[in-house]
Design a protein around this ligand. Structure first.
Ligand code: CTP
Length: 414
């Protein structure tokens, strides 16, 4: 699990809309990720969900009244505002948005919002007419021009009225993802441009068939999120996968090894780190037949030709530059360390992540061995892929802080 939410102080503001019930999921996800969550509800919000729900989820008192007598252990808006790392308002009604834009402080939530220096994450939810009203839009623009406000949603969907339109609150998972992005902004990869490749390339045989592999893309997506959560600007070059587009990451969809090569090479001058987690086809059909191949009485032979080795080409192009740092993956089914070491050398990598292809592909867990350019070997235990991604990112941070890769530089002098 990502570390970025751990021990963070998050104030979760809940205002009066039917989506308030979804805020329970937001609170639960934040708490599970290790954040301390103080829930502040408006009077209207308590008409939809009870404070007890949030108290049970956060294990903390829920604040509903501005002027209730506070015990020493409880918290007033000043201390709440001051210790918040992030203020999330989900759902945010048109009424509360108008108050925030006008600088009103007539309840505990608006007072905290006015007082705090923390960034604000706003998830609006309202009827379409209210959302599209120029007054609401003006309020949103004003807020975004004056405060560090990130807006997530609203999306199009079923609304409280039973109608369908824009105004539906973003999904809790997406809201929490944005919380991660905002809190990760100053992280250990802040300012770094990281390119991650993922998925298994597909090489067309004809318009309906291709040569592919079992890669699920999960490892690459986990790496992209881990880099994002540390503040990196991430481009994810993804061969086809079944995974949803990640939040806060630039996704470039490709299909073939050739498309992936072009995209990676184009991004190279602008990148500080390249992580090649994709399972790139080594061979493609010599021709992609224009029409669907019809079956015949005899067998069918496919003529395959080699694709370009992207990492080998990257090694040549970056030689002498010391940038980007390059991390490769070795998918092996035998002699893991020896084969991975040979690839690390041949492709002049800074770091190699070696795994058993039979266990890794498609799974949610992975057991990898990390090999570095100076001969270091670190065998990690079996871990969830997001945990593996964190360990790889720790090494990437070290690489960026450390000296140059002598092997890559020596080659440049030859
Ligand atoms: N790779 C690449 N371009 C290719 C093939 C692989 O950049 N055409 C990258 C992969 O993304 C991975 C690394 O090279 O980071 C090693 O890939 P792997 O499939 O393990 O090995 P190969 O180099 O293809 O060698 P082999 O198939 O013989 O094991």
């Amino acid at each position: 699990m990502t570390q970025v939410l751990r021990d963070k102080q998050i104030v979760l503001g809940i205002t009066g809309g039917i989506a308030a019930y979804k805020a329970a999921d937001v609170a639960s996800r934040l708490v599970k990720a290790g954040a301390t969550v103080d829930v502040v509800m408006t009077e209207a919000a308590t008409q939809f969900v009870t404070p007890l729900t949030f108290q049970a989820l956060t294990h903390r008192p829920v604040i509903t009244e501005m002027f209730a007598l506070l015990r020493e252990t409880e918290i007033g808006h000043v201390s709440l505002a001051q210790r918040a790392d992030l203020l999330v308002i989900a759902p945010a009604t048109a009424n509360t948005i108008a108050k925030l834009a006008a600088g009103l402080a007539d309840n505990m939530l608006t007072a905290t919002a006015l007082d705090t220096q923390a960034p604000i994450l706003l998830a609006p939810a309202m009827e379409t007419g209210m959302w599209e009203n120029p007054l609401t839009q003006d309020n949103m623009a004003r807020l975004q021009n004056t405060r560090d406000v990130t807006v997530v949603g609203p999306g199009v969907g079923r609304l409280a009225s039973g109608g369908v339109g824009s105004g539906r609150m973003a999904e809790p998972a997406e809201i929490v993802d944005w919380a991660r992005v905002i809190l990760g902004r100053g992280g250990s990869l802040a300012g770094q441009r990281v390119v991650v490749t993922t998925g298994g390339t597909q090489e067309p045989i004809d318009p309906v068939r291709f040569i592919g592999n079992h890669s699920s893309g999960k490892m690459g997506y986990a790496l992209a999120l881990a880099a994002r959560d540390r503040g990196a600007q991430v481009t994810l070059v993804s061969a086809p996968t079944a995974l949803p587009a990640p939040v806060g990451v630039q996704l470039v969809a490709v299909q073939t090894a050739q498309e992936m090569r072009q995209t990676v090479l184009a991004a190279l001058p602008e990148s500080d780190v390249l992580i090649m987690a994709a399972a790139v086809a080594d061979y493609r059909p010599a021709v992609a037949v224009a029409h669907k191949i019809k079956k015949g009485e005899t067998g069918l032979e496919l003529n395959l030709v080699r694709t370009t080795d992207i990492l080998a080409e990257v090694a040549t192009r970056r030689a002498g530059l010391g940038r980007p740092r390059v991390v490769g993956f070795a998918a092996e089914t035998q002699d893991l360390v020896a084969n991975a070491q040979a690839k690390l050398k041949a492709k002049r990598l800074d770091l190699m992540v070696a795994n058993d292809a039979r266990q890794a592909m498609g799974a949610d867990v992975n057991q990898v061995t990390l090999l570095d350019a100076s001969g270091g070997i670190e065998e990690l235990p079996l871990l969830p892929k997001d945990e593996v991604a964190e360990r790889v990112m720790d090494r990437v941070v070290e690489l960026l802080q450390g000296g140059s890769n002598e092997q890559a530089d020596e080659q440049a002098l030859e």
